[in-house]
Structure formats: C-alpha cells, structure tokens
Design a protein around this ligand. Sequence first.
Ligand SMILES: NC(=O)c1ccc[n+]([C@@H]2O[C@H](COP(=O)([O-])OP(=O)(O)OC[C@H]3O[C@@H](n4cnc5c(N)ncnc54)[C@H](OP(=O)(O)O)[C@@H]3O)[C@@H](O)[C@H]2O)c1
Length: 434
Amino acid sequence: MSMHKDTLCIGIFGLGTVGSGILSILSQNEEVIFQRLGKRVYVKTICIRDLSKRRLFNLEGVRVTDDPSVILNDPEIDIVVEVMGGENPAFSYIKAALENKKYVVTANKEVISKHKQLFFECAKQNGVDVYFEASVGGGIPIIRSLKVGYAANKIQSFFGILNGTTNYILTKMDEEKQAFESVLAEAQALGFAELDPTMDVSGMDVAYKLTILAAAAFKINVGIDDIFYEGIENIHLEDILYARQFGYVIKLLAIGKRLSDQKVCLKVHPTMVPIGHPLAAVRNEFNALFVNGNALGESMLYGKGAGSLPTASAVVADIIDIGFDTALQNSRRNLEIEFLQENLVPVDQLSSKFYLRLSVADMVGVLEKVTAVFGRHKVSVANLIQRENDRGLAELVIVTHEVAESNMNHALGELRNLFEVQSIQAVIRVGLDE
Ligand SMILES: NC(=O)c1ccc[n+]([C@@H]2O[C@H](COP(=O)([O-])OP(=O)(O)OC[C@H]3O[C@@H](n4cnc5c(N)ncnc54)[C@H](OP(=O)(O)O)[C@@H]3O)[C@@H](O)[C@H]2O)c1
C-alpha cells in the first residue's frame, strides 16, 4: 500500500443492494469523507456477474468487468470490497486479495463466519487486514464498538436482535394480532422478507452473526455447527398473546455470556423479554445489541440492520477506517489472530426459565399428573393459566422458575408420553438472566 497517496483506490465485487449503496454514499458524502479522512476514495473497478444487466448508476470513469483478476491483480487497488454474498467465490477472492496485500472490506457474514481464522492469519502474514462491520447489524457499528468503544471492558454478556425480517414478523404478530404465515406473506410482498425465508426464520442468519460477535467480544473461534440455534417457525400468535399477559415480548435473541473463567455460552433462540427491558422496545426491522461490560455496565446499540444505505454506511466506514489505519501504518486493530481456548458449554448444561403451552384432555386430575412430572424433574411452576377450549381440550400455560435444561428435557419427554397430554404446543425460554 502506498502511504503517500492522497487517494484510496478501491475495487468492488458486486453492484446489488449494498454495492449501489456504496456508490451513492461515496458520491453524496464525498466532501464529508474527504474532510474526515484527508484523502479521496476512488472506485476504480467494479466486478459483477452479468455485464448485460442494465445498471441504474452513472458508472462513468469506473471500469466494469466480469473478470475478477482485473481487481485482484491491479497493483493500484489498495482495498477490495466484497459485497456479492455467499461462500464461493467470495472466499477465494478475499483470500487472493489478502495474498496480494490488499485490505479487504466485506459485508458477508457467511464467509467471515466460516473462514475468519484463515483470513486473519493471511492478513497478518501480508501486513493488511480484513474488516467486516456490515456483516453483523448492517449499519450499526457493532464490531467497532466491541473492539474499540468497549475495549477497556471485559464483556460479560451480550444480547442481540440481529435479524430484521424475524423482528418485523414478531412485531407485526404482536401489534396486529396476526398469525405467523400471514405476516410472513405480507413481509414478502413488501420486500422485507426473502421469497425463501428459511435462512432468516430458522435462526441460521443470526447464528452466523453470533459466531462473528463471539470472535469480536470473546476472542473465540466457533462455527454455526458449534452453537445451538432455534428459529421462530413455531411461534404462534397465542404464545405472543400469553407472553404479553405474563409481562413479556417474544424476541429472537443471539446470546453470548461468560459463565465463569474460560466458560462461555453462545445460543440463538426465541426469548420472552420482560416488557420493560430496552430490547423489548426494538420494533419492526430494527436491530440492537445490548451489552454488559464490567466497567461500563449496561449499554445498547440500536439501528438499521439492513438496507442499501444503512449497510453501505458500515462498508464505507470500514473503508475510511482503513484509510486512517494505513496512515498510521502499524495500527491493525482489527486483527484477531490469536483466538482463546474457551470452553463452549452445550445448551443442555445450561438452565433457564421456561414458558410451556400444553394442549391437554379436559378432565379431572390432569393438572396433578402434569405437576407430578414436574416434581420428579425439579421443575417448579411460577405462573399457570388453565383454559378450556371448544374441542373438549384444555390449554395449560405455564411459566417455570429456573430449571436445568436437561431436567426440562426429561420432563417434556415424560409429558409427551402422558395419555392426558395431547400435544406440547410451545416451549420458549423466558428472561435474559444477565
Ligand atoms: N442487502 C442488505 O440489506 C444486506 C445487509 C447486510 C449484509 N448484506 C450482505 O451484503 C452482501 C451483498 O448483498 P446484496 O443484498 O447487495 O446482494 P445482491 O443485491 O444480490 O447483489 C449481489 C451482487 O453481487 C454480484 N455477484 C454475485 N455473484 C458474483 C460473482 N460470482 N462474481 C461477480 N459478481 C457477483 C451480482 O452481480 P449482478 O448484478 O451481475 O447479478 C450483484 O451485483 C451479502 O453478503 C449480504 O449478506 C446485505
């Protein structure tokens, strides 16, 4: 990288939602960026897949290609921006860029989650770095906050709402009393949800993001296969309504906690959040991260987790940050090459409060049988509602005190085998237990 230049020369892979947002910001905020950085950001080349597609942008002065080597082998390009998505070929382009001593900025959670260690090592060997602010929480500066803003703290725990689609769906179910399927269809029509929403509703998208936060907050290297994640497919309107009665809002949370020295828990699941908690107020497509630091105490970052300009805001901030970084030469604060050997505690060794909704036979003695099962497995009931419905069945809605997950699993197994229990409609973890 040439230190004396008064321009930062960049090459971009991808000109979709995020790529076009980057061009907008660089042109709209050109002067602000120049004043802050003291250099101009010059987009030299953009690599896309389909050259025949019509582009809405004025791409005058930019070389547009479908040949990746035009960017990867250009000695003038200082920073490679990857906003294509997917694991491949993003992985090989990022690796090649680092090997060619180019800084990399990416918005791609999947490729960072899977290959972070290799990227960080490769960056270090080549005296450059890889930045990925936009991969978690879109425009909210979460990674930079964890690495820089909270740098003086030991992070004790964090709780994130990191998927706009699922938060939008849960908010609409809650506020408009609509079923999951109808809200999902509406969200798809409005463009808030993908036509194939599996990645979002299954919790997998949040799981990728959690592994990236785990690296930034706890310096541990895990993949999504190492962590427990559960989505919102089985959240019914009834549960959202009962949650309100008990004083909670259901949110899909990414949770990271230090349990004791060198033990960490990482998990993603729908959680009943107390109505008064700041995370309960995060509505619609907004994202947030609630952090507990041992010096700062509680704080929360909030904002738009997706969209063209919000996501590009984080990408351009990374570009500017690299501009500062290269001016200082040796300050590569983003490098995370030495991961710690923390022990990830499996979810069945944790404990939690639970909300359960059971459909049971409407007959005498059912409650006694259910509570007997609970008694055998040390599950104690904090709150209970019993309600008849019109099909000769009754609904038992229970919130428990804290109980070991393994005990709860055994109790659920026994309940499933009880003749009087027709089905277990919902099992949702309750509270944040900070
Ligand atoms: N959209 C968001 O709100 C958001 C938020 C946070 C993070 N991100 C992440 O940002 C990345 C980009 O998302 P996006 O929404 O901008 O995607 P997108 O709208 O689908 O755009 C993808 C772009 O990449 C290009 N591309 C795909 N494969 C390519 C290949 N093999 N070689 C060269 N170019 C290729 C496409 O080219 P053509 O135009 O020729 O098809 C297109 O311009 C993803 O990793 C995503 O997860 C997105």
